[in-house]
Design a protein around this ligand. Sequence first.
Ligand SMILES: [Zn+2]
Length: 346
Amino acid sequence: MEKKFDQNYLLRTMQKLIETPSPVGYYSEINPLMEQLVNELGYTLKFDNRHTAYLTVPGKDASRTVCICSHLDTLGLMIRKIDSDGMIRVRSLGGINYHNIDGESVTVITRDGRRCTGLCVCQSHSTHVFDDARTLQRDEDTMMISLDAPIHSAEDVKKLGIRNGDYIYLEPHFQLTRNGYLKSRFLDDKAAIAVILTVVKFMKENCLKPACNILFSFPHYEEIGTGGTFVPPGVEQFISLDMAVIGPGYESSEEKVTICAKDVVTPYDRDLTNHLIDIAEKLELNYAVDVFYHYSTDAGAAIRGGNNVSVAAFGFGTFSSHGMERTHISSIQNTAGLLFGYLMEA
Ligand SMILES: [Zn+2]
C-alpha cells in the first residue's frame, strides 16, 4: 500500500476480523464487529435477509452504482455426530483440507452461545498407538474432535450443551513477521475486508469521493459458492476482492496484486478486466494476470445467480491457500492501490 494509507489501522483491523469466528453462515459475531468498524469510520451498515452486510459510499456520479464484494465467511466445521465414546465427527463448511487441520485447536460454539475448546485429530492420532498414524487418509470419516474436557461418553458431551449442527471454529494463529509476512488462517478473505475499510477510511479523512456510488458487499456464503448469487438492484459492475492463487504455472506471488482473467466458473468481463489492468499499469503497481483452476469468487456466483452485471476479480497473492495461509504486506499494499485506483475511476 502506498504510504498514504494507514497501515497500522489495516493490520489491527485485519487481526480483529481474523480472530472473530465466522465459519460459513455463522454471522452472529462478525456482523456486530463489522458494524462497529464501519460506525467508527462514520458510516452505517445495512443487512439483507441473508445477513449480507452492505456499506454504501456515495460517489460523484450518483446515477451509477458499482459493487465491491469481499466475503466475511471462512472455512469451518459443523458437528455431524457424537460417537458413544464422546468423540465428535464433523462435516466441512467450504473446501477444508483435512491434512491441514490435523492437530489444530478448535472451538465448538453451541446454539446458545456456549463455547468449548478441543483438538481436531485423526482417529489414528498417535504413532505410539496406531500402525497407520502416519498413513491413514485424513478426511471427513477419519478426523474427529476431542474436547478439552473429561469426556468418556456421548452423554458427557451433551451435558455441555453440545449437539449435532453446532459450529466449530478453527484457531487462526494470526502472525505478522518482522519482515512483513502475514501468516494466518482466513487471510481469505478478511485481509481484503481490512483493505476495503482502510481505503474507505483514507477517502473519508481526505474528503475524496469515488467516481460513482460504491456498494461494498460482505456476504457469508462464498466458501460454498452462494455468497454473491444475490446482487441488489441497480448495480452495474460487480468486483470480487478476494485472495489470488499461488503455485507452479501462476504469475501471482506474495508481493503482487493479481487480476483474475478466468476461473473455474467464468472468464471475467473483458472491458472491466482491461480497465483494471490499465489502472494497475498507470499506477505502476506490481501486478499479475492469471487464470485460476479450482477457484471461484462471489463475482462468479453473481453470474450464476443470473444477475445483469459485468464482473471482475482481483486480490492479494496467498500462498498455501485454504490452509495456514501467507502473504506479504506488499501484496496487500498493491491490492489497496488497485482498489483505490478503481474507486476513483469506476
Ligand atoms: Zn475467498
